[in-house]
Write a protein that binds this ligand. Structure first.
Ligand SMILES: [Zn+2]
Length: 649
């Protein structure tokens, strides 16, 4: 979005503004409290000096003519948190802006996104209808963080900036000159021909659709940008905002990455797009990973310089493929796949209303017209900006087109079973030697390779137990509250595991002699309890596992020393199994109790011992003896749900 447009709109809205409205008290109050600064500017050498000394990713960034100004900044990546409600920015030219949290999303264990907006002053000062957007489209802040890596998009007064990591906990703020970026490429018809479009008059059956994306990168992109997937995740977060802004019931979800080899040398953008489905053996590897991840769409990040992106139009299951060079084109290219075109008059496999919207008034346009300088919207005549509908229902209703096709696309693959784990088994220690892969939904399976010394596990679910066992039932298991990926360098030894994951089983030949015959993945037979010193799962924590028929005091578990003496205030319970079991928490003299039983199996959370809401259906909570449980949980019992249980101390 460019600043000239912003200035024209600012002028127009100021004229309207002074025409009879007064500053609301809310605006004044907001201006008085100053939120923390997202970054501070660091002394930055002149660009030509920087260019001489820069190496690695910073050198790549400096080599891109669209990166008009590069300023070193200091950022605390921990700002990307649900706790951060407001952030301020101060730019090198002295301009400032503030953003309020709109969405915080954990994209995958360890990768979070934060999106902020500036409320629309126009809406606040006009008798605007409900259809009027409630954000200022000339201001925006979105960030994605993985560890100390952070990438961000920032728009202030219509001027676009990027935040990027350059390694070793260092960051840059880049002023982007979008005029130096290539245009979006024309969409193509997929080689398999036009998919039969049976969705033109279909109304969606479900309230919302989740469309899963798999990302890949060419060898050249991987070399240029070591954390390339963060760029795409940021663009995906932005695309999800455009959907929301446009009343489209689609959320894109990251299915995962494909890391295979693809050399883009000498391949045009159209050829690269075709290669995703045709170049062998690459295309077969991509397809098999896509099936494994159940990814509805596939997008490749390239360095091809002639276009910002290219995609097939209105595709079926065979070819929902696209490529991008500029990540900001992701929403636009995926929009072609789903079935929208640029401007009316263009012909393609789309109904006449599936075009983007542009208006000479303020020179505004929506995402499908062109991704450069676009409003954060798809055309939708039922949504207004400054009172103007963002489309004509006859020609510009991309929102309708997306809503009509979303179920077709989300059903290219069924959703994955949330409890599926992927296990890689290696014939040597430290994830070396021959490897085979096993994908297990809860149950038992036999690996195709059975001389197993080390493993790597993806998407372990908390409350589950993953066991490796020999024919004679010697076994090693992993369980607990941990969610995500982990690796074990030697299955027969005790190794350092991520917090919340516990190992169970023998060591050395007591684990097993040679072969691993079976891999089991099932709900843990023990219950895991994680306690927190503060309400809402904050503060200090400790956790322990209990077998049925156990009664114990917190002081007996050394890992819980900090929380004994009744100091806990909230808890998470993993792998609770009823209807046979009852889980109870007691005060010091056993007179007050809080028990959970009923018809429920699985995990649940107690965000405050004294609040009985937010429990899953079927679970029954019983508080006896009066008084507060907060700060007085000393003993815990887990056992058969009978009259005599638990025995009095
Ligand atoms: Zn396009």
């Amino acid at each position: 979005m460019n600043t000239t447009i912003w200035n024209r709109i600012l002028l127009a809205s100021m004229v309207m503004f002074f025409g009879g409205c007064s500053i609301s008290e809310r605006t004044v109050a907001a201006a008085n409290s100053t939120p923390p600064q997202l970054f501070t500017l660091e002394p930055t050498p002149e660009r030509n000096v920087l260019q001489k000394t820069a190496s690695g990713y910073l050198a790549t960034l400096l080599g891109d003519p669209a990166n008009a100004e590069v300023t070193l900044v200091k950022i605390d990546p921990a700002r990307v948190s649900q706790q951060t409600q407001d952030l301020a920015v101060s730019l090198p030219d002295g301009k400032t802006a503030q953003f309020h949290l709109r969405d915080f999303t954990t994209l995958k264990s360890g990768i979070d996104s934060w999106v902020g907006y500036k409320p629309s002053a126009w809406k606040a000062t006009h008798a605007a209808s409900a259809s009027e957007i409630d954000y200022d489209p000339f201001y925006y802040l979105s960030m994605v963080r993985e560890g100390d890596k952070l990438v961000g998009n920032l728009i202030v007064e219509g001027q676009r900036y990027r935040l990027d990591s350059i390694g070793s906990g260092r960051y840059v703020l880049i002023k982007v000159d979008e005029s130096k970026l290539p245009p979006d490429g024309e969409p193509l018809v997929a080689p398999a021909g036009v998919a039969r479009d049976d969705t033109k008059v279909k109304s969606p059956q479900s309230a919302h659709s989740v469309i899963r994306l798999m990302f890949l990168a060419t060898n050249q992109r991987k070399a240029a940008n070591p954390w390339w997937w963060l760029d795409l995740l940021l663009a995906m977060s932005d695309a999800n905002q455009y959907m929301k802004n446009s009343d489209v019931q689609i959320t894109y979800q990251w299915a995962g990455n494909f890391f295979g080899d693809y050399d883009e040398t000498g391949r045009s953008s159209s050829q690269q797009l075709g290669d995703i489905g045709k170049a062998q053996p690459f295309a077969s590897q991509v397809l098999s990973m896509r099936e494994e991840l159940r990814a509805d769409m596939v997008l490749m990040y390239t360095t091809e310089p002639s276009v910002c992106g290219r995609a097939y139009i209105s595709t079926g299951k065979d070819s929902p493929h696209s490529i991008v060079t500029c990540p900001r084109s992701l929403a636009h290219e995926l929009g072609h796949n789903i079935g929208a075109l640029h401007k009316q008059g263009e012909t393609g496999n789309v109904p006449e209303y599936a075009y983007g919207y542009e208006t000479p008034l303020y020179n505004l346009h929506t995402q499908m017209v062109a991704s450069r300088d676009a409003l954060p919207n798809f055309s939708n005549p039922r949504v207004t900006y400054l009172g103007m509908p963002l489309g004509d229902s006859k020609f510009n209703d991309v929102a309708r087109r997306f809503n009509e096709r979303r179920e077709t696309v989300e059903n290219f693959y069924p959703p994955p079973n949330p409890l599926t784990v992927l296990v890689q088994l290696f014939s040597d220690y430290n994830q070396r030697g021959d490897m085979c892969t096993l994908k297990i939904e809860p149950g038992v399976d036999q690996p195709s390779c059975n001389k197993v010394k080390s493993i790597r596990v993806y998407d372990f679910a908390p409350g589950m137990k993953l066991c490796f066992r020999s024919e004679e039932y010697r076994r090693v298991c992993y369980a607990g509250s941990y969610a995500g990926d982990f690796a074990v360098p030697n299955l027969k030894a005790v190794s350092v595991l991520p917090s919340g994951l516990v190992r169970e089983g023998g060591v050395g030949d007591d684990a097993f002699y040679g072969d691993v015959k079976y891999v089991e993945y099932a709900m843990d037979s023990l219950v895991t309890i994680k306690l927190y010193s503060l309400a809402d799962f904050k503060g200090e924590t400790c956790e322990f596992r209990l077998a049925t028929g156990t009664v114990g005091s917190l002081s007996e578990w050394p890992q819980c020393a900090a929380l004994s003496g009744g100091k806990s205030r909230s808890a998470k319970v993993f792998s609770f199994s009823s209807p046979y079991n009852k889980l109870c928490f007691f005060n010091a003299d056993h007179r007050q109790s809080l028990c959970f039983n009923g018809n429920y199996q699985g995990n649940f959370s107690i965000r405050n011992w004294d609040v009985g809401t937010d429990l899953p259906s079927g679970l029954v909570r019983t508080h006896r003896g009066g008084g507060y449980m907060n700060g007085s949980v000393h003993r815990i019992s887990y056992g058969n749900d009978t009259e005599g249980w638990p025995p009095a101390p």
